[in-house]
Design a protein around this ligand. Structure first.
Ligand SMILES: [Zn+2]
Length: 309
């Protein structure tokens, strides 16, 4: 079965884990390592003849357009990771629309091709920020991969579907959602398919989870990593213990594990997984557990700072 390979193209100082330590205005003062790390990723994928989807941060695309050109010329899908890596539920609707439009335009100017897939910074499309899906559809996106159906301190929609669905949005448009893959175990969804979870869990467990999803549940796995996860030599930040553990755990194991995964399973870009008509249609209110008569369904966001444009 075909699975989705996705890479969120950002630098080590962009991550939400370090946002208290590294303010956005200081990013330009840090040593960027995203170019060299992307070379590793692209070389590995070329050697294995695998294509994937690259959700590129607008901030990175603006400073390193060559990265976007390399992704595109290697035959991968160029997709959007927003501009500033700000959490969606911390933005107003207007801020979100502006920064998403800016990032999409940047990428499209570099490649000359329409960008149709989106992933929010730190999977921050949650119940409180589900309005963002409407804006994405209005801005021309067709595919989203921002919903993580788990319980987590920074993101997650615990009861969201675990399989791809066509979301019927409240503005009448539609968005195909590819949730990050999970395993159902003891009544809960467990993350198994990427990032820190991939570095934490022994490879044989990841492999068994892929097998279960592909062959028992007949589901594609939506797998993700970041270029900084291939970089054990990156500068160490003086963050709290939990943040450091999440960020630096087993970085030296990412590349060999990733190579094994690419040999053991089949991967494609998100847009090539299958035709959208194959997925069931569900309403966004149902997925997010929204009571459509409640103010949450029609009002802005958790901050209540903005009216609908
Ligand atoms: Zn990110």
């Amino acid at each position: 079965m075909r699975n989705v390979l996705s890479i969120d193209v950002e630098d080590y100082f962009h991550v939400n884990n370090f946002s208290c330590l590294i303010p956005r205005c200081s990013w330009d003062q840090f040593e960027s390592r995203v170019e060299r790390n992307m070379l590793k990723v692209l070389e590995c994928l070329a050697a294995k003849r695998v294509k994937g989807t690259f959700f590129v941060l607008g901030w990175v695309a603006e400073r390193f357009p060559e990265i976007v050109r390399d992704i595109y010329s290697d035959g991968h899908e160029v997709a959007c990771h927003g501009y500033s890596h700000q959490l969606v539920y911390q933005q107003s609707r207007e801020e979100f629309r502006c920064e998403t439009r800016r990032a999409k335009r940047l990428l499209e100017e570099i490649t000359g091709r329409q960008v149709v897939s989106y992933r929010a910074a730190t999977y921050s499309i949650t119940r409180e920020s589900s309005w963002a899906l409407e804006i994405l559809a209005e801005e021309g996106f067709q595919y989203d991969s921002s919903i993580f159906p788990i319980v987590h301190d920074h993101y997650g929609v615990p009861n969201a579907p675990r399989a791809p669905v066509r979301l019927k949005l409240m503005n009448g448009l539609e968005m195909v959602e590819f949730p990050m893959s999970t395993l159902r175990w003891f009544g809960l969804n467990w993350p198994i398919a990427g990032g820190g979870y991939f570095r934490l869990i022994p490879y044989q467990v990841t492999k068994a989870a892929f097998h279960h999803l592909n062959h028992v549940e007949k589901l594609p796995v939506i797998f993700y990593l970041h270029p900084w996860e291939f970089d054990p030599e990156q500068p160490i930040q003086k963050a709290g213990m939990l943040s450091r553990w999440r960020h630096y755990l087993n970085l030296d194991r990412t590349l060999p594990r990733f190579e094994r995964l690419l040999s053991d399973f089949e991967f494609v870009p998100l847009t090539e997984l299958s035709t959208r008509q194959e997925y069931p249609q569900v309403s966004v209110g149902e997925v997010m557990g929204l009571d459509l008569s409640s103010p949450l369904a029609s009002t802005p966001n958790a901050l209540g700072r903005e009216t609908q444009p």
